[in-house]
Design a protein around this ligand. Structure first.
Ligand code: GLV
Length: 309
């Protein structure tokens, strides 16, 4: 019995230390060190190198260490018949909410423009926008979307959400399925994508969708690069239909230096760091799932293979 951590972002020591400190009796290994492959029954993964999970003949669970598990399904050599879990965490949701609120306020109060003006020593007051005049539409009302919706309501925004099933959040209008998408888009001035990336949501942020937003809408993608059709965003920004975009995620990360997003004056980029799993907050649910796995009890935050999230 043991857990292996597989990730390529330099954070294995941090996760190993946090897991070991919280549970002295479960051996925790990095996939990069010498370790007994047949002893591993849980793999804790984040963007693991495809194929690495095949090394573990007795693996019983793939535990994704973030909210999104799309990278697991993309690994064609992963043992996808095993249970897959993801992280559902209040701190992760709160961090995401704070990031999105920051981006929206920077847009409403012209902070992006003033940063450029400052670099050019330009003094140019601009009319600002008010929260009370804005409707934010959230695509994806899951664990992250609902926390954001509640926070935006507290700030005074009008808020609506679009999801697969009807959501009951006080004062947040719920739109469901393809049939209600046009009405949702038609009244959304700031669109936030927080959808899981699946076959049915890939490329959803495209020209046809953008055209249904009111003129001057602002788009925020903090989900996955695969949701966005990059050329369609550029076209709709350049033709003046959209007024700007805040992006945290990209098709290829790091974004290649030749990509047009880097220099686009209406695109405001962050490096896929809107919200990252905090080991202190997440480790207890990983270890609880490990205990449940060993005890044959139902796992927490199980991913549905049919839905892909
Ligand atoms: C971050 O992108 C996550 O999925 O947690």
């Amino acid at each position: 019995m043991a857990i292996v951590i597989i990730r390529q972002d330099g954070k294995i020591p941090e996760w190993k230390e946090a897991l070991s400190a919280a549970s002295s009796h479960v051996p925790i290994y990095s996939y990069l060190e010498e370790h007994p492959k047949e002893a591993i029954d849980m793999a804790l993964v984040w963007k693991h190198p495809p194929g690495t999970l095949r090394a573990y003949p007795n693996l019983k669970c793939i535990s994704g260490s973030g909210a999104g598990v799309d990278f697991i399904f993309e690994d064609k050599e992963a043992p996808l018949h095993l249970p897959i879990t993801r992280v559902v965490d209040q701190v992760l949701a709160q961090d995401m909410s704070e990031h999105v609120i920051g981006v929206i306020l920077a847009y409403l109060k012209n902070l992006y423009t003033y940063k450029v003006d400052q670099a050019n020593r330009t003094w140019k007051p601009l009319p600002y926008k008010r929260i009370e005049d804005y409707t934010v539409g959230i695509l994806g009302m899951g664990a992250l979307g609902i926390v954001l919706a509640k926070d935006l309501v507290r700030f005074g925004f009008k808020v609506q959400g679009w999801s697969n099933s009807r959501k009951k959040v006080e004062t947040v209008k719920s739109f469901v399925g393809q049939g209600e998408l046009p009405d949702f888009l038609g009244t959304t001035q700031v669109l936030v994508c927080l959808l899981p990336l699946t076959q049915s949501t890939a490329g959803i942020l495209n020209k046809a969708l953008f055209q249904q937003l009111p003129k001057d809408a602002f788009v925020i993608n903090v989900a996955r690069g695969g949701h966005l059709v990059d050329e369609d965003l550029l076209e709709m920004l350049d033709n003046g239909h959209l007024s700007g975009a805040g992006l945290d995620v990209y098709h290829k990360e790091p974004l290649p230096i030749s990509h047009p997003f880097w220099e686009h004056p209406k695109i405001h980029m962050t490096p896929h760091y809107a919200s990252v799993s905090d080991t202190r907050s997440v480790v207890p649910q990983i270890l609880e799932n490990y205990r449940r796995l060993r005890a044959g009890e139902p796992l927490l935050n199980l991913v549905s293979k049919e839905r892909g999230y």
